[in-house]
Design a protein around this ligand. Structure first.
Ligand SMILES: Nc1ncnc2c1ncn2[C@@H]1O[C@H](COP(=O)(O)OP(=O)(O)OP(=O)(O)O)[C@@H](O)[C@H]1O
Length: 271
């Protein structure tokens, strides 16, 4: 199979409510891929269908490779110790325990504690270790850095990049645009049960346009102007103010973030 994951026309409903209305996308092998969308867009549902944890009514999903799935928080018994969980998962998967992987994730820093006593970051590291026990080709991460501080986030990003360097494909759901921008090769944006964008971060920026926002403060007040062509717009505005004898006090230029681009597309204003 050419791609790690191929999804064609995926349809999924809960009762009478259709959440996924024919999703079609693929994930190239060896890439870090993010599913984005507002709360309730269907990211987790799509991940769970691909993982084989949920039944769906229509479409076809092909996965080429062994899957490793990161657990959601609080999925382990509160009294279990990290190495007990590791041994349990290794037993289920008939896998040998990769000491180097545990070392890289810093699991040995907190082996004496029980699961309930671990910090959010330590739990995330343990969940990732458990997902990697079987040495999967494709790793699923559902909001992997939610609730982590900057250091924890950067450390986990490092781990995810290392997985990519080992040739693994990573599929993650995220709300963190900065994370997606810095980490992912490609993204898909889900809106109203459909994929409204699939491509690279750069392609998303190109699709939405530059959309600079010029904020100009004059003695008469403040004006905001949106433009794709910052130079011409700024010159025209300044000439206009000069002709009218208005003094410009301050100019701010906002380039717009991926998050803003995303929200525009997700709301259906992308074209
Ligand atoms: N087990 C379920 N039974 C019924 N409805 C569900 C179930 N799981 C999810 N839904 C509904 O399906 C829709 C999509 O939920 P899902 O959790 O897949 O979205 P999401 O994009 O992952 O959201 P979030 O960003 O909040 O995690 C929501 O309207 C949700 O209420």
């Amino acid at each position: 199979m050419k791609h790690a994951i191929q999804v064609d026309g995926l349809v999924k409903s809960y009762g009478g409510h259709t959440v996924l209305k024919g999703l079609t996308f693929h994930i190239p092998k060896g890439e870090i891929f993010a599913l984005l969308g507002v709360n309730g867009a269907g990211k987790t549902t799509a991940l769970e269908c691909i993982e084989g944890l949920r039944k769906y009514e229509g479409g076809r999903i092909e996965v080429d490779g062994k899957m490793g799935i990161q657990l959601q928080s609080a999925s382990l018994p509160s009294y279990i110790r990290p190495m007990e969980a590791v041994r349990l998962f290794a037993g289920w998967n008939k896998a040998h325990i990769d000491g180097a992987m545990l070392e890289a994730l810093g699991i040995h820093d907190f082996t004496k504690r029980q699961y309930a006593e671990l910090s959010t970051g330590q739990k995330r590291r343990l969940h990732l270790a458990l997902a990697l026990i079987s040495n999967p080709d494709i790793v699923f991460l559902d909001e992997p850095t939610a609730g982590l501080d900057v250091e924890g986030r950067l450390s986990l990003h490092g781990q995810i990049r290392r997985l990519k360097a080992q040739g693994k494909t990573i599929l993650l759901a995220s709300h963190d645009m900065a994370e997606v921008e810095s980490l992912c090769d490609r993204i898909a944006i889900l809106n109203d049960g459909k994929i409204v964008f699939w491509g690279t971060v750069e392609e998303l920026g190109a699709k939405v346009g530059k959309r600079y926002t010029l904020q100009i403060r004059t003695e008469q007040g403040e004006e905001k102007v949106k433009s794709d062509d910052i130079g011409d717009t700024l010159l025209a505005l300044l000439e206009d103010y000069k002709a009218r004898g208005i003094t410009v006090l301050d100019i701010k230029i906002d380039r717009g973030s991926l998050e803003q681009h995303f929200i525009e597309i997700a709301r259906g204003n992308g074209d």
